[in-house]
Design a protein around this ligand. Structure first.
Ligand SMILES: Nc1nc2c(c(=O)[nH]1)N[C@H]1C(S)=C(S)[C@@H](COP(=O)(O)O)O[C@H]1N2
Ligand SMILES: [Mo]
Length: 396
């Protein structure tokens, strides 16, 4: 019996059945196994001082982030599961690569994959819905989805191999345009509809650019909750693009779709057109390393810290306001010139704060010149809340 009550044998049988179905249906239709009622959806420990527990999702508390540490330790990273974390046996694990644009279908073991040149990349890893709760609390708009504050994000270093190297070795035809990544977790059902296993297509250009097949995070094997034994990583892109427990890659000469790029993870409702494209690159966001409503002991000078990040590249500038937006100053940026695509830490010294309530604001600009707006246009699923967050604190 595995920890979440699913036997390994059941999972492997389901994966095998799914693999057969996949050649016709295009996805692992056979993975219909269910978690035992009451079994946890997330297997790692979620101590309340470090996480907000949403059941299948868990948010990192910004107040628990250590300002001296650049990378997010894997045990502290947020978790976003559509269903439950599966327990997968690494020794019998196979990544199936198929589709009309590959020379022939292949099943790769972890050993096969370790034969490629090792690769490593540091990225911001973030859920599309990060900051969602501020649509309601700051803009008075009701949206659906997990009410994250700003803790559905981390910066980690991934270890694995470049997807480009694997595709070149397998022989992908020149007319390949799209790759569908499918997870081995159970099918996702909501509102009485079974949508099949979590899967999302992405353009072949991203595969050749910087996509990674990752088995490690910060030098350790992936934890089960983060995709053990292998996940896809699409640097800078919406979290959903980085499919965990990667079961298959379908490489196609035609555009592939899934509900995760047509129904969800697009901007819908409000003033968005019906044909708004699937979301890809993450926006610019900032967070203070403090709880919302923090109580700060009054002193002559208080050093405040935070981080800003963007899916499009490094952060160029961070402006902060300690008086609700009346006056602004530039924060001191650390991590300038750091390699990779992680976040930037910053700090500001608050001199002679008055006792009472204050509102802190932080606005970042990335190297592309993208900056955080005052208001994020409404969308019904509450994605991409990138507006400057009004962060209340009390000096006592
Ligand atoms: N197979 C699978 N992959 C998945 C998901 C999932 O539920 N199943 N969730 C996605 C979403 S929405 C996000 S934000 C990230 C979260 O990754 P993490 O839980 O490792 O932080 O994984 C993505 N990959
Ligand atoms: Mo997500």
């Amino acid at each position: 019996m595995s920890r979440n009550g699913i036997t390994r044998r059941t999972l492997l049988a389901a994966a095998a059945a799914g693999a057969t179905a996949a050649s016709t249906a295009g996805f692992l239709a056979g993975t219909t196994w269910r978690a035992v009622a009451g079994a946890p959806a997330i297997l790692k420990a979620l101590p309340p001082e470090r996480f907000v527990d949403f059941g299948t999702n868990a948010e990192t508390r910004w107040a628990s982030v250590d300002p001296r540490r650049y990378l997010t330790p894997q045990p502290d990273l947020f978790v976003r599961n559509h269903t439950v974390t599966p327990t997968i046996d690494a020794s019998s694990y196979r990544l199936r690569v198929f589709g009309d644009a590959v020379r022939r279908e292949r099943s790769l073991s972890l050993r096969d994959l370790r034969g490629f040149r090792p690769a490593e990349v540091t990225t911001v890893h973030e859920c599309t819905g990060n900051g969602r709760s501020f649509f309601a609390s700051q803009q008075g708009e009701s949206v659906s989805g997990t009410a994250w504050t700003l803790g559905a994000v981390g910066t980690v270093t991934w270890q694995g191999v470049r997807l480009a190297d694997v595709l070149r070795a397998l022989g992908v035809s020149r007319d390949a345009v799209s790759i569908q990544a499918t997870g081995l977790d159970p099918s996702y059902a909501t509102g009485g509809v079974d949508y099949g296993p979590v899967r999302r297509p992405f353009p072949i250009t991203k595969a050749y650019d910087d996509a990674l097949l990752a088995w490690g995070m910060n030098g350790q094997p992936l934890l089960p909750d983060h995709g053990y034994p292998l996940r896809l990583v699409l640097p800078g892109w919406v979290g959903i693009a980085s499919i965990k427990w990667l079961g298959s890659l379908e490489v196609s000469s035609t555009e592939l779709t899934s509900p995760w790029n047509t129904k969800w993870y697009r901007l819908t409702g409000g003033s968005y057109p019906a044909d708004a494209p699937p979301l890809s690159v993450n926006p610019v966001r900032s967070a203070w390393e403090l709880p919302l409503g923090a109580q700060l002991a009054r002193r002559h000078r208080i050093e405040l810290t935070g981080r800003s990040w963007s899916g499009a590249g490094p952060i160029k500038r961070v402006e902060v306001s300690l008086d609700g937006g009346a006056t602004w100053r530039t924060a001191k940026l650390a991590d300038r010139g750091r390699r990779g695509a992680g976040w930037s830490r910053w700090s500001v010294v608050w001199k002679h704060p008055a006792a009472g309530e204050h509102t802190l604001l932080a606005r970042a600009t990335d190297v592309r010149g993208r900056t955080q707006p005052d208001v994020t246009p409404y969308n019904s699923n509450g994605y991409f809340f990138d507006a400057v967050v009004r962060h209340p604190v009390t000096v006592v």
